[in-house]
Design a protein around this ligand. Structure first.
Ligand SMILES: C[S@@+](CC[C@H](N)C(=O)[O-])C[C@H]1O[C@@H](n2cnc3c(N)ncnc32)[C@H](O)[C@@H]1O
Length: 328
C-alpha cells in the first residue's frame, strides 16, 4: 500500500492545532450552524494584513466572505483565523485586541480567499466533525453531513446480534463505518467505495481513530464482499439530474461521483438493494440515506426487494424523511 499522509491540513503546527481539538472546540465549531461569539462591528480600517487586531481582522474577513455569499461568514472567519494563528476559537474571543502577527495575517488572507471562492470549509481546514469524532477530509471526498448521523443512529439502534458484520457502501471519508465501529466495538465493519481517494482517506481515518475492526475495500457497491452480513448501510449519491443542474457553488467543489444519483436520484439504490438481498442474513438490516422527496419511491423500491420485511422511514433533525430502514 502506498504511503499515506494521515495528518490534517498543513498548518498550524500540529501541537498548536491540537490545542483546540483537545478541548473539543474544533469538533463543536466544525458542525457549522453555530453562530459567532463575536458581535457585529464595523472594521476600523479597510486595509488588510498584519498589525491589525484580532477583532478588526475578523470584521474585515467576514465582510468579504458575506459579500462573496459564503454561509455563516462570521463563524467561517473565526475558524480560519483560529487556524492561521494556531489557536482555539475561544482564544480569539478572549483576545480581540491582540495583534495578528505578519505570518499569521498572510496565512489568514490566503484562507479567506479560498473560502470566498466557495471552497468548502472542511477542505480548507482538512477536518470535519461527525458523530463526535474528528474526520480528515480531502478534496475529492464528500464532506460528511450532520443528517447522515441519523444513518448511524438507525444502525446502532437496530444492530441486536453480538459481533455483527456490517457493510458501509459508499464510505467516503469513512464517517459512517468508523462511527458504527467505535460505538459497537464488537462489530466487524467493511467500508466500501469505488473512489481510490475515498478509500485512502477512510483508511487514514480508521487508523487515526483507532477503529481496528474496520476494513476498507475499493470496488463497485457490494461486489467485493464475500459471505453474509448482518447490516448493509449506505449513503450513496442520491441527487437527481435536476438537482445536479442547480448545484450551489460550494457543492460544485465536491465530487460529482459522490452526488449524482441519476435521473431520479435512485439509480445506485436500484442496483444496491438486489445485491444486499443476496448477502443479508435473516433478521438483518438494510438502511440507506435518501433525499426527502424520494421517500415514497425509495420505500416502494425496498418493499419490492423485500416484500415480507418491515420498511420504515426515519426523519432527520429537521424533520425531513432521511433514512429508509428495512428490517428483514
Ligand atoms: C454521498 S457520498 C457519501 C460518503 C459517506 N458515506 C458520507 O456519508 O459522508 C457517496 C459515496 O459513494 C461513492 N460511490 C459512488 N458510486 C459508487 C459505487 N458504484 N460503488 C461504491 N461507491 C460508490 C462515492 O465515491 C462517494 O464516496
Amino acid at each position: 500500500m502506498p504511503r499515506q499522509r494521515c495528518s490534517p491540513a498543513p498548518f498550524p503546527p500540529a501541537a498548536e492545532a491540537a490545542e483546540g481539538e483537545q478541548r473539543g472546540e474544533v469538533d463543536a465549531s466544525l458542525r457549522l450552524g453555530l453562530t459567532s461569539l463575536f458581535t457585529a462591528r464595523r472594521p476600523r480600517s479597510a486595509s488588510s494584513g498584519a498589525g491589525f487586531a484580532v477583532g478588526d481582522s475578523l470584521a474585515r474577513a467576514w465582510e468579504r466572505l458575506a459579500r462573496a455569499g459564503v454561509d455563516e461568514p462570521r463563524l467561517v472567519a473565526e475558524l480560519l483565523l483560529a487556524r492561521a494563528l494556531g489557536r482555539a476559537r475561544t482564544w480569539l474571543h478572549a483576545h480581540p485586541e491582540a495583534t495578528v502577527p505578519t505570518d499569521a495575517a498572510g496565512r489568514f488572507a490566503a484562507l479567506v480567499a479560498r473560502a470566498a471562492r466557495h471552497e468548502p470549509l472542511a477542505y480548507i481546514l482538512g477536518v470535519r466533525e461527525f458523530y463526535g469524532h474528528t474526520f480528515l477530509v480531502r478534496s475529492g471526498v464528500l464532506v460528511p453531513r450532520p443528517e447522515t448521523e441519523v444513518l448511524v443512529e438507525v444502525a446502532l439502534a437496530r444492530l441486536q446480534r453480538p459481533e455483527p458484520r456490517v457493510a458501509d457502501v459508499g464510505c467516503g471519508c469513512g464517517a459512517v463505518a468508523i462511527s458504527v465501529a467505535l460505538a459497537r466495538r464488537d462489530a466487524r465493519v467493511v467500508a466500501l467505495d469505488r473512489s481510490a481517494r475515498a478509500v485512502q482517506v477512510s483508511r487514514c481515518n480508521a487508523q487515526r481513530l483507532r477503529a481496528a475492526r474496520v476494513t476498507v475495500v475499493r470496488g463497485d457497491l457490494l461486489a467485493p464482499l464475500r459471505g453474509p452480513v448482518d447490516a448493509v448501510l449506505a449513503n450513496l449519491p442520491y441527487l437527481t439530474a435536476r438537482e445536479m443542474r442547480r448545484l450551489p457553488p460550494a457543492l460544485r467543489r465536491e465530487p460529482r461521483a459522490a452526488l449524482d444519483g441519476g435521473p431520479d436520484g435512485l439509480a445506485l439504490y436500484r442496483r444496491l438493494l438486489p445485491q444486499a438481498a443476496t448477502l443479508l442474513r435473516a433478521g438483518g438490516l438494510c438502511a440507506f440515506e435518501i433525499g426527502p422527496a424520494q421517500s415514497r419511491a425509495a420505500r416502494a423500491l425496498a418493499t419490492a426487494t423485500w416484500p415480507a420485511a418491515r420498511v420504515g422511514v426515519v426523519r432527520d433533525y429537521a424533520g425531513r424523511d432521511r433514512v429508509v430502514a428495512v428490517e428483514l
